[in-house]
Write a protein that binds this ligand. Structure first.
Ligand code: PLP
Length: 336
């Protein structure tokens, strides 16, 4: 099955979307279940956030909020920053990205290559210990300091729903020829799951859209705790959450996400990022309960190439998550 890729496009922005949907036949022992992965790493910025960036820019251009603005300031765990850095370069806008120490080194290097100015918060919010709250506070400060600046604010910007309804989910349904029974999507701003759920509702699909969160994240009533992995989960509930409406929420421990990512690459040759590992772990925890013939789609937000020094590095995992390579391997073998 093809995803419609390979058509000539005008400029790199035209290559956003139409990512491949790939059958994963080796991930589970359950050969009576159909598992598909939507590989968002095939977007030119390497993640699903290319779609969000384009939708937010389109909305700002059409509602006039970019008139006379020359600088964009945004907080990002990395992927949106890469997408916006490239698009700001093409539009001739200066881009300031606020990151925290959990950001992948390669992601920052990518943003810099596209000409972004990086601002690093060095301490979490003193009241809550949360990094996202600290990043958003720095965005507010920068907006006051930088003339003619604006933030798209990915945490409250409904354009993300449009991007993933008209893009991600609609492509999945079109590639399959129908809606799947189950959809697993990692969450942070909740833009991806919210947009996917919106499209499913609009076509009357009976798909169960499962939002995958990190243990220690506060999304949908979760309790705040320590989380180490970047990209998914949130330390403060984003405004979008109120309109996101996943049918279920599953929380995954950091160690289980690493095990999921390792199982995926070892069995399927798909090198996913940390949130992709969480999505695999969430699926594998429940797969024993699925009826024969169940069709599942996993949205994998980004590639593991940016995580080679973290979740794919045994020494890093032992130091940061307290799990040795032998235990990781044992748990991976149990994940069937
Ligand atoms: C790697 C990764 N996974 C999952 C997500 C969650 O997507 P959303 O913010 O649309 O909920 C993000 C968002 O930044 C991400 O970068």
């Amino acid at each position: 099955m093809t995803s419609g890729r390979g058509k000539p496009v005008a400029g790199i922005t035209g290559a956003v979307g139409n990512t491949p949907l790939v059958r994963l036949a080796r991930l589970s022992d359950r050969d009576d279940i159909l598992i598909w992965a939507k590989l968002e790493e095939f977007n030119p910025g390497g993640s699903a956030k290319d779609r969000t960036a384009l939708a937010m820019i389109d909305a700002a251009l059409s509602d006039g909020s970019m008139t006379a603005k020359t600088s964009i300031v945004e907080s990002s765990s990395g992927n949106l920053g890469v997408a916006l850095a490239r698009e700001c370069l093409l539009h001739g806008w200066a881009f300031h990205c606020v990151v925290d120490p959990r950001v992948n080194r390669r992601t920052v290097a990518l943003m810099s290559a596209f000409g972004a100015t990086i601002h690093r918060v060095t301490a979490p919010d003193p009241k809550t210990g949360d990094w996202l709250i600290a990043r958003r506070a720095m965005v507010r400060e920068l907006l006051m300091e930088i003339p003619d600046s604006v933030s798209f604010d990915q945490y409250s910007n409904p354009a993300a729903f449009t991007a993933h309804a008209a893009g991600t989910m609609s492509e999945i349904v079109s590639d399959l020829g129908h809606a799947p029974d189950l959809l697993f999507v990692a969450m942070s701003t909740t833009g991806t799951i919210g947009g996917c759920a919106r499209h499913l509702a609009s076509i009357g699909a009976r798909t169960l859209a499962i939002g995958v969160d990190a243990e220690g994240s506060v999304l949908f009533g979760g309790s705040r705790g320590t989380r180490v992995l970047p990209g998914f989960g949130a330390g403060v509930a984003p405004e979008l959450e109120k309109n996101a409406h996943p049918h279920e929420v599953v929380r995954v421990a950091d160690t289980a996400s690493v095990v999921g990512a390792r199982a995926l690459v070892h069995r399927e040759g798909v090198l996913a990022g940390a949130s992709g590992g969480a999505v695999v772990a969430a699926l594998m925890e429940r797969i024993g309960d699925f009826a024969p013939g169940t069709e599942v789609v996993l949205v994998l937000h980004d590639s593991g190439a940016s995580y080679l020094e973290t979740i794919y590095d045994d020494a890093w995992v032992e130091e940061n998550l307290g799990m040795c390579a032998g235990e990781l391997r044992r748990r991976e073998e149990l994940m069937t």
